[in-house]
Structure formats: C-alpha cells, structure tokens
Design a protein around this ligand. Sequence first.
Ligand SMILES: *Cc1c(COP(=O)(O)O)cnc(C)c1O
Length: 349
Amino acid sequence: MPTVALDALAATGTSLMGTSHRQAPVRHFVGSVRERLDALFSLPDGYEVVLGNGGSTAFFDAATFGLIETRSQHLMHGEFTSKFVKAVTAAPFLAEPSVRTSETNTHPRLVAEAGVDAYAWAHNETSTGVMVPVQRVADADAGALMLVDATSGAGGLPVDIAQSDVYYFAPQKTFAADGGLWIALMSPAAIERVGRVRGGGRWIPAFFDLQTAIDNSRKDQTYNTPSLASLFLMDQQLAWMLDHGGLDAAVSRTADSAARLYGWAETSDFATPYVPDPAERSNTIATIDMVGGVEASTISAALRENGVVDVDGYRGLGRNQLRIATFPAIDPDDISALTGCIDYVVANS
Ligand SMILES: *Cc1c(COP(=O)(O)O)cnc(C)c1O
C-alpha cells in the first residue's frame, strides 16, 4: 500500500473517520470513486459504477441472487473461480451450472450453450496466476450476460469494458487500498436483468439485493455503512493512476514488472514460470515454481525475516512455488530488487 496514501489518510485527523455514511464526507468519496472509475475504464454509455459491502466474495452471492436468471456457465480453474461455482451450485432456485474445468496452470474456454443466460469467469485467477481475456462469448443466447471477476486484474490488465456486462472487483488488490467493499461496473443489460429477476418474485436477502445497491450507488451511498478508510485509500490510488497515464500506463507498468519476473525465472536455474503458455501468464500475479532442490518456503521465510512479505504460493495449490503480486502500485524496480534478493538468498542458504 503506498505510504503516501496512508499518510494522507492519517492527515484527515478527526474530519473524516466516524462521520455518518449519509453525510457529505462519505458521499463525497463514494461519488469521487465512482467518477474516477468511470474515467479510468472509459465506461461506455449507460454503464454504471455500483458499490456495496462485503467484498468480492459477497458479490458472488449477490450475483447468484440477482444476476443469474436460470443457468450459468463458469470457467473453474482455481480457488476463486471455484468459490463462485459453489455459491451458484448451492442456490435452490438455479439450474445446475455448466462448469468448464482445466489444469490449474492454464484455463478452460467458454463455449456458447443454449439456455445459459450468464457466463462467468475471472480476468485473473489469483490462486494460480492465470489470466483470461475479457471477450463476449460469440453465439451466446441473446441477452446472456458476461460476468467477470476482476478482483486481482482490474486496473492492471487490459480491458474493453464493453466486452463485459459486470466487471467486478474489490479495492485491496490491484487498487492498493483496503478490503470490505465490492465494486461492479454494470452494463444497461445487467441493470435490466437485476430489475427483472427481482420483479420475478425471487426471495433476495436485502444485503445481497443488487437493486438496492444500484439505487444507493446512484445517490453516492451504500446500503449500509462502508469502510471509509477503504473508500479514501481507493480514491487516492485512483487519483494516482489517473495522474500517471490512466489504464494504459497502469497496464504497461504491470507488464513491465511481470516481464522482469518471468524473464528472470526463464533464465534462472532454480526457478521457472508455473504457467507454460506466455499468453496465459498473468501480468498482475506471477507464479514461479522452484526446482532443483530449492525450497520456496526457505526463500519466503528468509525474505520475511528481512521485511519482504507475502510471496508465498497459494496453499491450496500445494506447490513448491512463489506467488508475487505485480500490481500497478508496485514499482517495477522493486520487482528487480526482489529477484536480486531471491538470488542472494538461494546463493547463501
Ligand atoms: C481476492 C479475490 C476474491 C475475494 O475477494 P474478497 O474481497 O476478499 O472477498 C475473489 N475473486 C478473486 C479473483 C480474488 O482474487
């Protein structure tokens, strides 16, 4: 997290934290985050920025209740894509989803299927470091929605928002802020779907009701009290991104960081990229396997002792692996410094 943003938050003193969420300071930040996201993603006409509490995990449930009409199709190739499938599968009012799977070092493909009214995938499967393009499914049923979990990709991977109906994420990953919120960029078709599903009489808990979230967002509010610190830090990071060249610049920066990491791994004699196809290797989360008797856990422990934290692989994947974030807020030179540190640790252990 950029320390300048944390310093700016501390500098607000008593003027911000603790104020009511219906009052001007909170509405100002909700409004500003909405405007800046509109600018960052060059939102097409009619798309709206909708916010709610509970993070991306809560959005899986909100989407299950409010966006899928009958049957969805999912790409499932890691922890987060599995979570959404689990939520949908458990919903008694939906048909069994169509689930497409693959090995975790690649991704399956979406295919048009009659009767599927929503296609769901992750822009970046955070647990494996595999990225998937955001592209509408050709020949899908008319009106089928494209739901993209961009929690660890938004703002760091290239996207044409018109290729999605719901592009959703949370502030704590690519946006270098803090957790607890979900943010969804919703197309007119998605907004219309929410109204129709709700009008159909399905029981929807108020907390997961997307119509309520849409109505509140239009007033620069959230249904219940949001984390003001998350909104503030998100707003700071958006301002920084817009001041530094917007989405294109952020995308170039993550590409630079990722190229340094994968390039290093490809020439290293103890490291190798986990994802074989370079086009599928994520530019925001790099997964690097350790080989030749080098233990990833030894490296991460030595780094942690020296204040370099959170480069561990995803536990569920169970590999001898490092997983390194290359989010826009991270200076590519810090990535080069990190690979230097890893080389040093390996040479000296
Ligand atoms: C982290 C993550 C989530 C969960 O986000 P929360 O805000 O913690 O609920 C969902 N999907 C992806 C792809 C993620 O990386």
